[in-house]
Design a protein around this ligand. Structure first.
Ligand SMILES: [Zn+2]
Length: 149
């Protein structure tokens, strides 16, 4: 069995708040979105490859990478529609979890502190409320359906 947390999420060994799934990717809510003073500032969606690849996007097959960008744009449009942020920002860093993933941040002018972190001043990350995760995932899923029309 893999020790990779994203592989476990893909295998449904760990619960996730799913937004979208196709044969190559799984889009889920990030349970540790950026916060400021304990409040969520940027709802975050993760697009995870179903197959395990390095988190360095330069190490991912080009065809899969292009597909991930196309999906990221579509999910971002749904986030804009559902969450009304100033914009959605995309980041691929993967320094903590070495499994290819894209982070999509819904950024708001009022609360954007200029950096992305779920950690509080004591260094501990703040986990998002389960109800909030469920409801926010639902809103974006609904917006995805609206975009298909
Ligand atoms: Zn993995």
């Amino acid at each position: 069995m893999s020790e990779c947390i994203f592989c476990k999420i893909v295998a449904k060994e760990i619960k996730s708040y799913k937004i979208y799934e196709n044969k190559d990717f799984l889009a889920i809510m990030d349970v540790f979105p950026p916060t400021f003073n304990g409040k969520i500032t940027m709802p975050t969606v993760l697009i995870i490859s179903k197959e395990h690849y390095t988190s360095k996007f330069t190490g991912v097959p080009e065809k899969l990478f292009l597909k991930s960008m196309k999906l990221a744009q579509r999910i971002s449009k749904a986030m804009e529609l559902a969450l009304k942020p100033m914009r959605v920002c995309l980041m691929i860093e993967g320094t903590e979890i070495d499994h290819f993933h894209i982070k999509l941040y819904a950024v708001y002018k009022e609360t954007y502190p200029g950096y992305l972190s779920s950690k509080q001043s004591d260094g501990e990350p703040v986990m998002a409320d389960k109800k909030w995760l469920r409801e926010t995932a639902k809103k974006i899923k609904q917006a995805l359906k609206e975009l298909r029309k």
